[in-house]
Each structure stands twice: as C-alpha cells, then as structure tokens.
Design a protein around this ligand. Sequence first.
Ligand code: IPT
Length: 919
Amino acid sequence: MRLLAVLLVLLGVVTAPASAGPRHQVGYDRYSLTVDGQRVLLWAGEFHYFRLPSPDLWRDVLEKIRAAGFNGVSLYFHWGYHSPAPGVYDFTGVRDIDRLLRLADELGLYVVARPGPYINAETTGGGFPAWLKTVPGRARSSDPGYTRAYREWLDRVNPILARHQVSRGGSVIAYNVENEYAVNVDPEYVVDLQDRARAAGVDVPIVHNNCCGGYLANWSSGRGAVQIPGVDDYPVGFDCRAPDAWGEAEGVTRRLREDAPVYAAEYQAGAIDLHDAGYGACRDLTGPDYMKVFHKTNLVTSGATMFGYYMTFGGTSWGWLPQPNDVYTSYDYGAAITESRGLTPKYDEFKRQGYFAATVAPLTKTDASDAPAPADPAVATRARANPDTGTQFVLVRHADHRSSADVATTLDWATPDGRYRVPVRVRGRDAKVLLAGYDLGGQRLVWSTSELLTHTDDGGRDVAVLYGRAGEQGSAVLRYASAPTVRVLAGDVRSSYADGDLRLDYPHTGLARVLVSGGGRRPALLLLGTDEEAAKFWRLPTSAGPVLVRGTALARSAEVRGDRLHLRADTAEAGDVEVFAPVSRLSVGGRAVPARRTPAGSLVAHLAGPAPVRLPEPGPWGYRPEQPGAGTGWTTADKTTTESPIKPRDLPVLYADEYGHHNGAVRYRGEFTATGAETTVTLNAITGRRGIYLVWLNGRYLGSAAGGTEADAEPVNPDAGRGEFAVPPGLLVPGAPATLSVLVENMGHNDDWTADDTRFKQPRGLIGATVAGAGPVTWRISGSRGMDERGPLNTGGLHGELSGWHLPGAGGDWRRPPSRVEPGVSWYRTTFALDLPRDHDVSLALRFAPARGYRALVFVNGWNVGQYLGDLSPQRDFVLPNGVLGRHNALTLAVIATEPVTPGPVELVALGNHRTGGF
Ligand code: IPT
C-alpha cells in the first residue's frame, strides 16, 4: 500500500498537501461559497505581487489588507513576469509565488487565483510574454500555436496553485480562467483552460470575470460555462480629471447564474490615471463618498457574497511592467493603500464596511425583501433579509445616487421585532446599511440608525461599535425582558425603556460609551461614535476570538496568551492604545507595556511614536555619456517575414521583437555608401504612448520624434510614429561609408483586450526607414538580451544597460558631470548610505523636480524602479521598495535627452515613517 502511495505521488496522481493545515471542502449554492458547509462571504482585495518586488513587503501589504477586514485577496499571476523566452520560467526571489501563497495561508486570507493566461491589468502585453508576439496563431484562441505556448505556462503555474487550495489545507478558494473574455471568443479555448486546471488537480470552483457590468454575460451557460461567473464593474470609470462627475451607472452586480452566488469579481476601488490627473484625483473619484454610495448600493441591491475590490494596493509597474498606453510607472491606482504602503481615508471606509461584512453572518444568505418606505421620496430604500434569521439589511440613500442634498425623513419600518417609525437623514453623497432583527452576540438589536462596525465577545460581555456621520443624530433599540441598568460612561446619551425596548438616542460626536447590564441578558458595552472614531478600531482575530484595539496607526495581529495580549502594531505618533480583550496585561511589539484598566473595562497604555528620519542628499554624481551606435553584440537585421498582422512596407523587418529584444530601448545601425544626394531621413517607429526615438547621422544628432502607439493598416500606416529629419548639407561625402544610428524606446507592449492580435502583436522599434537619395542600407540591431538576475523585465537595450552601468558595482570612467548635456543618453551615478531607525518602517521615494526635455530610467542597486517622463506624465515620486534598499546603495540614472539639458535635481523623501511591530 505504501509503495502504491509513493508511486501515485511520483506520478503526480496524488500530490502532497502544501501546508500542514487541515483539508476543507469548498462548495457553493445560489447564496454563497461554503467551506465545510459553513457559508463564507468572500471579501477580497486585489493585489499584484509583481508590482511589489520585495517578498518581505508582501507580508506588510497583506497584513494591512487583512487588518482592513478583508478575508481574501484576488491575485493575478503574470505569465510574462516569469517567462523571458519560450520554455524558460522563473519562480524564485520576487517571483516566488509559492512563498506568496504560503503567506496568504499563514495570514488566513482566501485567494482567488487568476493565472490568465491573459490578465489585462495595464501591464505589458496584458500579462503575455512578449515572445508570444512571434508565435503563430491568434492569442486567446484555440489556435495550436497559442495553445502550445499557454500550456507551457499553465503546466507550471497550475500545480503550484493546486497544492495551495483550501481543499488541500491551503488558501486558494477559487480559480479564475482568462479575463474579461468577451470579444472574438472561442469556447474551445475556455474549455481547455478549465480542463487543464482540473487535470492539474484544481478542484475549487472555477470562475470568470465578465466584462463591463455583466452586459457581456459570457461563460454563464453553454459550452465553456464556468461554475461561478462574475462581473467586473467600474461604475465611475477612469477620468480622474472630474472626480465628482459620477454617471448614471449604479454598478449593481448582475446575477449570471441561478445556481451560483453573485460575484463582483472586480469591483472598482480606484482608477487608472488615463488622463494624467494624478492618482490623488483618482483617489478622490473613488473616495469614501463613492465607496459609501456604490459599494453599499451594490451590497444590498445585488446580494453579492463574493467580492474582489480592484485595487486595494496597486503598487509599482517597475522595470518594463507598464502597458504604456494607459499607465506610467506608478500603479498607485488611487487605492486604499498607497503605492508607498500608506493607509488613506479610503482604507478607513474599507474598514467600516469590511468589519461589518466580516461580523454579521446573516449577510451570507439574503433575498431581496420589502424595504421600509421613506416619508420623503428624495430618500430611497432597498432591503434584503436573511430567510433563516429574518435579519434585515436596509440601504438608505438619496433616490438619485448622485444627489448631495441634506434630507431628513422617517421610515415606516416593519422589523422582525415590530413596526417602528424610524428617523433617518442622508446628508451629502452618502449611503447607509441599517440593520434590524439581529442577534448581536447575547443582545438583540431591534433596529438602529447608526451603522454597525463590529462586535466582539469580550469574555462574557458583548462589545459593539456603532457609528454615524459627525453631527448626525443616532438611535438604537435593543430588546430586554425587563428594564436593564444603563450607565453612560462618556458622551451625551439618553436612554428610555418601554415594552421591552431599550432606546438610546445620541448625537454622533466623538465616542460615547454605554454599559448595559441586567434586563435578562449578559452585559454589553456599546461604543457609539463618528465615522472617524469607528475607523480608529482594529478588529483582530485571536485564538480566543476577535478582539478590538483602538488608537494605533495600524494593528497587524494579536494573540491572547494567558492573561496577556500580544499585539503587533505600528504608530505614526505617540499616543494611547486601548484594548478590549479578556486580558489584564499587554505587550506591544514583543515588549511589555504598563497598562491601566478603564471604567469601560478596557486596558489603556501609552506607546511611543516613531523617531525622526534623516535622509542623505544624493551626490556627488559621476557622469558617463553613451556614444550613439556604441558597443558590440550587434546582429544583422535581415528578417523578411513576421507573425505580426502589421506587415512592413519595406524589408527587412526591423521589429525589435523579431530579434528577441523585447524590453526597453532598442538601437539600430543603418549603413550605406553615401551618394551625397541624400536629403531626408524618414523613419517610422512604434514605441507605445509617450515613447520617443532619437536619430544620428555619422554621429551628428538629427533630432527626435514621438513614437507611434499603433499602426492599424496593412501595409503599415505611414504616419504611425513618423519622423522626418533633414540631412545637413555637406555631412555625407559621396562614396564614403555613412552610418545612421537610431535609438528607439519601447515603452512596453500593448494589451490584447480585443483578442484579435492586431493590438497585441503591434511591432516595437522601427517599422519603416528610408533615406531619400541614398543607395541600399544594411541594418544591424542591438537590444536587451532577455533575462538578467532581476528578471526578464528589468533591463532594456541601452548601451549602458548592456554594459552593466546600472549595476551597483559598475566600474569604469565616471567623470564630473558637465553643467549641460547634449541630446542622447547620459548616465549619472551616485551612492548613498541609509541610517534608518531600527524597528521602523520608512517608505522612501526619489523625487524629481519638474522638468522637460529629458526622461530618465531610475536604477537603485541595479533594479529599474521606473521611468521619469518629465512633463509627459504627472509622476515625480518614484517609490523605492525597501527590499531593494540596503545600508549602502547605488543610485543610477540613465538620462535620455532630446535637447541640451541640465537634468535634476533629485532628492530622497520619506513618504511614511512608522514605528512598527515588525513584519
Ligand atoms: C478590467 C481588467 O480586467 C483589469 O485587468 C484592469 O485592466 C481593469 O479593468 C482596469 O484597471 S477591464 C474593464 C475596465 C473593461
């Protein structure tokens, strides 16, 4: 028997579990997912590991996501990030997804695994490796060429995902095939993706994210149907220039299958900065008001119980990760957690909604129900109820979701515990989810006009946090067999008791505290506060059940050991921490701290804030210019065919990808014998948005032009990225050899949203070149060689990159920089030492002064952390992930100037500084 088991394992028939954790059964019905028969409300935040090149920081961000009340993460897996060439894959270091999944498991976060093969995600090629551009057969179809290619990827990634499934003691609870596969669809492909997953042992539900509010409801029935079809919805879109301009869309997730839960697969939680308004504006567009109105409307109207909020942390499209037409280096996304890992007011709103969702179990099974009628039709209500418990969830908001009026009215509310006239108010853009008929621990909540944040069992008593907008009146009714004793410890709270109902009335100001005891129930501590006060609470799981912590900038985890609570928390300033837990002593960050007992029964202790941070000024700088056309390793460009649907007008094919140069700059050398009659050099280059190319003839700079983004006609559109350069009279000597040098930036590859190859297989580099008056030109090309130790997307083909000038140990002749540099590529290099306080989390960025006329690749210790684009993008801060920093650091800039410029200055800035409990 043992031998048979070993054999089966070897054959891959039975795979050993990834974690020692117990195995669980994942199921679902029309209401929700279930784990071992228990309903689960999947509240997941989207996170892209490839946009955070530092596994230690994965823990930081995932702990922050968990601390906001999420119980899951939605994870894309990026084929191109792992594969520089066919058959070559890297799953180590910053690409160690096994480590990522172990971490999710350790933190108790469910994972929706989204391995594509196509993922979109505003990343180069939409997640496809660039080498796929040279593979015959339409991508995202069942064509054999594409099929062979994607199976390579799935055969590697699927087994990793499969061994981390909940069903094998891990955290993967669902598997997403493809991504918004909505046009040019091919069911055989979708069937094969599912078959491959099943063959690799994937047994959790297979899901798909349908496009655009679900009006393209593909893969919900018929051939290729998935078990749980979900919907992607971005109801306020991506124009961050007008953050208040909400459209008519309410963004209510559609039910696509009667036998599966409603799944908001990607629900807008930020935005790409399509129009260069800056991510601050995107954060406003999708700020707390938006989250209140849209997220809550969706929760109560759709009854969805599976959510993926896109993004909760966006991160950095470092190296050549950006898809250039929609984004620049930063993928901050205006998300709840900033690119520099800071927490925002959006994070607070996620906490308020997430803690509620995590606490109130009846939310996992609801049907639409009659909503209490408001006296004033300017206010609208919608409702759902749990058919088993009767618990009601009532959405209260303006009838016009965009209205910002101030309306006070009453609801005629038939609750499970009786009929009431309930005062409500909607002031500004707002929405509330009110509860009725809810068993709140040992209490009975009849109704409340405050929203429930959460409640815990604090060793035999209930601690509940209710909240409302500052200055608004709140009321809560709880039921008791006889009049309970009410002690108001803080705040202006009036109480009355009649016919079993204890009614509390209070303004939402600060944090009121009320102790209720007797009345036939166990005691309760009610904490009644403003939105802001509610957001100061942290709800942390422990083996003794969830506990509440109040006051630190972040609380990462808590553990109850004996009568002591061990807390890991971060502070941004000195102040008090308050703990509601069945303990009498407290340790923070591994150290015991003196704590006193309060009249509310909590413990309070004082914590130190962070020490100040001193940052060095980068400099002095060494300088090294690149000569156009320099270096060895040039190959002849002589291809006559291409798989790209965009065919060149003239041969040879000069497309960079055809020669294996997929990322960053590519350089060309055109050699010919001069006739002396040359007049004009005409070039076409495709670079992606914001890309440029520079041209030299016999070493003389002729100028630069903007590269094109798309050549849409066959043969190639002659105006895509066109540039004309006059040949200076007398530069070329008849009969003498002449050299044309062209440096073309490749800003990254187009996505494949249209699934028809014409977008994705767009060439990069030169697509046309003529020298009027010249004889035949022979071409050579030089570019990036694919993989370096920092992965396939780190370095491009600048001569300095190919020579290792960006690496920390780069030797050679670095001089004092001139006051002005000529057009072309100039390298700058300096080192800086960091002396940051211990046990602190300091998030650093390199800040550029506003400038024009040049762009710069930024390398820190050899890692390409992005591209500064001068006035062509709003980004001036480049976040430096802590994982690439050390005590001694090399900072290298490759400045690409299109006119004589004096680059700089740059400075190091701290975007965050916390004393941390460690991560
Ligand atoms: C949806 C994609 O699925 C996701 O990958 C990302 O691109 C997101 O949009 C925008 O950031 S596509 C949908 C908006 C049509």
